[in-house]
Design a protein around this ligand. Structure first.
Ligand code: HEM
Length: 301
């Protein structure tokens, strides 16, 4: 989590430059389920406080570097326009098994996305060694990220439809935690397609989701698999790497780090019940997202 404070003047400057940034992106004005433009068809969903909040996040992410922020924002919008991540999160149906290993919890307002990747080993041939399913896997993973972000925004009073209780939101609350559970992984899948897939997801998160991650835990990592950590972190910048914690014993997650947010069972926290029982069952998309995925034409339809 960056300690950089967003420069308020820069936020206002970026706000006034948004029309030209949106134009450069090919006229795409949706960012994380928030409308950036107060003109055109979707203007009724525009809420300046929410837009300023996201611009502040970008200022933190890129050290208040004006040039970098505008270039990245154009890149992010272009990517969102072609990839359609809102559809991944709220429209597409994903493989049921993947839905079962991707869990979102939200205790005391702290959103955690859990990826029980150890279980994927049991679906090796179907998911990890099948190029067609790997593309679907990326869309599933991006969908989980989008749902986590929406829950985080809603938890903090950011209703992108413009009806939100703006007083609750603060930038420091808009961070998620991610957990990868690698229980039962004793040998890494060496399929080159799968490695490419992981690399692609890592790049997507690094490029298009800056400053959403508070910490990332890798638990149940057998000592013999430490080399994989080195392989995957080669592509990752040092600021993000500082947020990573590797634990061989999953109970340490609750005992030493996240006690108030995680279950006692398996993860050593203070909460009763299992992880599955804590799962947030449904994350409702806001009206603007519904409008974007069902009423506007997307490249995927
Ligand atoms: C069954 C074996 C494994 C599977 C299926 C798997 C899956 C994945 C996937 C899909 C990602 C993309 C990022 C994300 O989803 O959040 C990822 C990232 C990563 N994995 Fe694994 N992984 C495995 C084993 C391991 C092991 C044993 C380690 C050792 C600690 C490891 C460390 C990492 C790291 C450091 C990243 C980068 C995280 C990021 O950029 O957010 N993985 N893994």
């Amino acid at each position: 989590m960056s300690t950089v404070k967003p420069d308020e003047k820069l936020v206002l400057q970026l706000l006034s430059e948004l029309p030209s940034i949106i134009e450069k992106s090919g006229n795409y004005s949706e960012l994380y389920g928030v409308e950036l433009s107060n003109e055109g068809d979707s203007a009724k969903y525009y809420n300046e406080d929410n837009v300023k909040l996201l611009l502040g996040k970008l200022c933190k992410a890129y050290n208040n570097d004006h040039e970098k922020i505008s270039t990245q924002l154009v890149k992010i919008l272009k990517w969102r326009s072609s990839f359609n991540p809102l559809s991944c999160g709220f429209k597409e149906k994903h493989n049921e098994f993947l839905e079962h290993i991707g869990i979102i919890t939200s205790e005391k307002g702290q959103v955690i996305t859990w990826n029980i990747y150890g279980e994927l080993i049991h679906k090796k041939d179907e998911i990890l060694n099948n190029p067609e399913n790997l593309t679907k896997f990326i869309r599933y993973r991006v969908g989980l990220m989008e749902r986590g972000i929406q829950l985080l925004l809603l938890n903090n009073g950011v209703d992108a439809s413009g009806n939100g209780t703006a007083n609750k939101k603060t930038l420091d609350d808009l961070y998620m935690i991610q957990v990868h559970d690698y229980a039962t992984v004793s040998m890494f899948n060496r399929d080159p397609n799968f490695k490419k897939t992981v690399k692609e997801i890592i790049e997507i998160f690094q490029e298009y989701y800056p400053e959403w991650l508070k910490q990332k835990f890798f638990v149940n990592v057998h000592w013999s698999l430490g080399f994989i950590y080195n392989i995957f972190t080669k592509f990752i910048n040092s600021e993000i790497k500082k947020k990573f914690v590797v634990l061989s014993d999953s109970h340490k997650l609750g005992e030493e780090y996240l006690g108030e947010y995680v279950p006692k069972e398996t993860y050593g926290g203070n909460l009763p019940g299992s992880l599955a029982s804590m799962k947030v069952k449904e994350i409702k998309p806001n009206d603007y997202i519904l409008h974007m995925i069902f009423e506007t034409e997307s490249e995927l339809d």
